[in-house]
Each structure stands twice: as C-alpha cells, then as structure tokens.
Design a protein around this ligand. Structure first.
Ligand code: ZN
Length: 139
C-alpha cells in the first residue's frame, strides 16, 4: 500500500474565509501516485474546518451570515470559553457545525466527486498561520 502525507498552509486576510483547496488536494493526489484508495483532508486547528460543497459565492455569503447569526463573534463576553482570556469562542462553534474533515474516494487516479463537489478550507479565526493535513492511502 502507498501512503502520502502533505500539509497545506493558510494565512487568511480576514477572520472568516472560505478557500477552495480542490486543486491543492488534486496536486497531492498526483504526487502520491495512488490510483485506487482514500483521501482524508482535515483541518489541524479547532477553529477551522474542511468541508465539501459548491463553489458558489452566494452560498459562501449565506454560510458566513448563517454562522454569524448562530454564533456571533461579539459580544465576546457571551462565551464562557472566552473567560480563559481568548476571544474565539464563536470560532470553535462555527468549526463544529462546518466539520473537521472530509474523506474522498480515489478512483482511477482521480478524486471521485459527485456533481459540483469541491473541497473548501473554512477559516473562523484567521489572520494567522494555520494548516490542513492531506493523507492519501491506497494502491
Ligand atoms: Zn479558543
């Protein structure tokens, strides 16, 4: 069995951001040489997500609005987590609902997506360096 590990690094300019990382994951798959297997992609931080959905700007604005309604950043005093001195209680909750990771099947050397599926990095406490793990296993 082959195995390949790669880290993708990000430093978003805004506190919340959605980044299409599909081409980066496809590049990691090409490096791996795996033709049949599985590809795991996960955020390595508890205030960021990896998820699959459509690359449609309106949808991403809808996510941002919905997440901010669900867990507004301010007032930061509403989160007991912030009693530790942090200010990112909202970002932990946003990450929880948007998920930690995705797994994509690899078939004939390609990511075996459904229609319109793309992989995104979701950032909820950005403006600092953070990373995503890509782990590919198979034959
Ligand atoms: Zn925190």
């Amino acid at each position: 069995m082959k195995s390949h590990r790669k880290e993708l690094w990000f430093e978003t300019k805004t506190r919340m951001a959605f980044v299409n990382i599909t081409l980066d994951v496809q590049a990691a798959l090409a490096e791996s040489g795996v033709r049949e297997g599985l590809c795991l992609v996960n955020a390595m931080h508890i205030t960021a997500s990896v998820f699959i959905n459509d690359d449609e700007p309106g949808l991403h604005k809808d996510y941002a609005r919905w997440l901010e309604e669900l867990a507004p950043n301010e007032p930061t005093s509403r989160y007991q987590h912030n009693n530790t001195g942090e200010d990112n209680g909202d970002a932990h909750i946003k990450r929880q609902v948007m998920g930690r990771e995705v797994v994509v099947a690899i078939t004939e050397g390609k990511l075996d997506f459904g229609p319109w599926e793309q992989i995104f990095y979701g950032e909820f406490d950005g403006r600092r360096k953070k990373r995503v793990l890509v782990k590919i296993i198979g034959e």
